[in-house]
Design a protein around this ligand. Structure first.
Ligand code: FMN
Length: 238
């Protein structure tokens, strides 16, 4: 189906009433937000939707920190300082170079698409660095969620559960006329974030989600669907 558009002036109090198919396709990684804060009751409604996510043995292994206001500014300053000092403390690894074949090609295509949409050339290192740093000011969003999890075994099952929680959170944002972007980039500063938010060391940071009212001037970045055909990802057996 054609990708529907998020109403430019959609307000949380006016549920957009999109169908499931529309909500799924409207959800995309928005990376430019208005400074207007999302009311607490709407954030709670989104959290309550996310709480319905399935998990292995119903362990619900997510601990979510919502950060707004002065604390978000403090956190942004701490992350930018850690980044400038090269103080990276990820709980989990992520490197594009670890991917092979079509998986790696998709990551390269995504980088091209993203930097292209910002008008940053491939050889423009400073431009790419500045674009990457937008992650650390939450793309202008006045609130962000941090998805922590207990470290259990090899962490794969728990991370899968928290991923389901994160997607439910993102779809609920869309259903409320809001947008969000999941950010492994914030996970690179797990120790810094734990320190600022007073999170115990046993909880590991999987990723953050900046979210809010999408800046309507940026909606055009997100129109095209960038997914392979099903035949590249699905194998049927009978
Ligand atoms: C777990 C996770 C982590 C991500 N981390 C980042 C990130 O750090 N910064 C960013 O700009 N986008 C990040 N993304 C967004 C992806 O680039 C995006 O989901 C992908 O390119 C598909 O685009 P779409 O979300 O618009 O459909 C992340 C997505 C996921 C699911």
């Amino acid at each position: 189906m054609e990708t529907p558009m998020l109403a430019e002036n959609a307000r949380p109090s006016e549920r957009a009433g999109h169908s499931f198919q529309e909500v799924v396709r409207l959800r995309t990684s928005y990376r430019k937000f208005l400074p207007k804060p999302v009311p607490a009751d709407v954030i709670n409604a989104v959290l309550d939707d996310a709480q319905q996510a399935p998990s292995n043995s119903n362990t619900q292994p997510w601990v979510t920190h919502i950060v707004t206001g002065a604390k978000l500014q403090e956190l942004s300053a701490a992350i930018l300082a850690a980044n400038a000092a090269g103080h990276h403390t990820p709980d989990f690894s992520f490197a594009m170079s670890d991917f092979r074949g079509r998986f790696q090609e998709r990551a390269q295509e995504e980088g091209k698409h993203y930097y292209g949409s910002l008008g940053v050339a491939r050889e423009d290192e400073a431009g790419r660095r500045a674009a990457a740093e937008l992650n650390y000011t939450f793309f202008g969003a006045p609130q962000a969620a941090f998805l922590f999890m207990p470290s259990v075994g090899d962490n794969v099952r728990v991370a899968g559960d928290v991923g389901m929680y994160g997607q439910t959170f993102l779809l609920s944002l869309t259903d409320h006329g809001l947008g969000g972007v999941p950010q492994t980039a914030l996970g690179y500063f797990a120790a810094t974030i734990r320190e600022v938010l007073h999170v115990p060391a046993e909880l590991k940071l999987l990723f953050g989600i900046s979210f809010g009212y999408v800046d309507p001037t940026a909606l055009h970045y997100y129109r095209e669907s960038r997914r392979d055909p099903l035949t590249n990802s699905v194998v049927f057996h009978s």
